[in-house]
Design a protein around this ligand. Structure first.
Ligand SMILES: C[S@@+](CC[C@H](N)C(=O)[O-])C[C@H]1O[C@@H](n2cnc3c(N)ncnc32)[C@H](O)[C@@H]1O
Length: 220
């Protein structure tokens, strides 16, 4: 049994060159999540209200792609607040969005958000729930800062469920991620769903594709 890392160990594990982070991300997305970039763009891009919270935005790679996708689809602009716990990752996002007036970036822990109750219309957690050491605390605080009826979209890395030989491959990548500290734990679908419901969310839609669980829920 691998011992998961602490929050600070996870933050320091994210100190890496942007090119390596992106290459590693592509590798993990393809072989551990068994997912594609297009399916992530289709899942996350509709969930942007007037005031949007991007939780664990990292260097903003995914957020930037989603925003480009939204512009290409001529979807309305949002006022976006992005947070991340790893300062090195956030520094990358600050640089990336330096000319974007609609994106505000702040250093914060998902489980202790520095925002008032009922602030945001929408929130996304892309490729990150399984990195949170305190997932219950994060879900409760995201719920607190969403407005009633506000929606949360999240994708969650599941224990490998793809057939042999891909399951063994995914399992090795997951174990490597846990050892390195870039992954806290994958989940069973029912277990993470229960945590989301226990935090006060109502499930609106859910799908499993590859080793990835996509869930859209709202604050009741
Ligand atoms: C795999 S990256 C995903 C980044 C981005 N969402 C994307 O898809 O490109 C996971 C991110 O979660 C962040 N993270 C982990 N625990 C966190 C916490 N408790 N609060 C905020 N961010 C956290 C890490 O610092 C890292 O940037």
């Amino acid at each position: 049994m691998l011992k998961p890392k602490t929050r600070d160990e996870i933050a320091s594990a994210y100190i890496s060159e942007p090119w390596w982070y992106d290459l590693r991300g592509f590798f993990i997305l393809t072989f551990a999540y068994n997912s594609t970039l297009t399916s992530q763009l289709r899942f996350f891009s509709p969930n942007f209200g007037e005031k949007h919270l991007e939780v664990a935005c990292g260097t903003g790679t995914m957020l930037e792609l989603v925003l480009r996708w939204r512009r290409w689809k001529k979807l309305p602009e949002s006022q976006i607040t992005g947070i991340d716990y790893a300062e090195s990752m956030l520094a990358g996002a600050i640089k990336r969005f330096s000319k974007e007036t609609s994106v505000d970036l702040q250093h914060a822990d998902a489980a202790a958000l520095p925002f008032a109750d009922n602030t945001f219309d929408t929130a996304n957690i892309a490729n990150s729930i399984h990195c949170f050491p305190d997932v219950d605390g994060a879900l409760l605080d995201i719920h607190r800062t969403l407005k009633p009826g506000g929606t949360l979209a999240a994708n969650v890395l599941l224990y490998p469920r793809t057939p042999w030989p891909f399951n063994g491959f995914a399992e090795r990548i997951n174990n490597w991620g846990i050892r390195k500290g870039i992954l806290y734990t994958p989940y069973e679908q029912a277990a993470i769903r229960q945590k989301i419901v226990n935090s006060g969310f109502k499930v609106l839609s859910e799908t499993v594709s590859g080793n990835c669980y996509n869930i859209l829920c709202c604050k009741q």
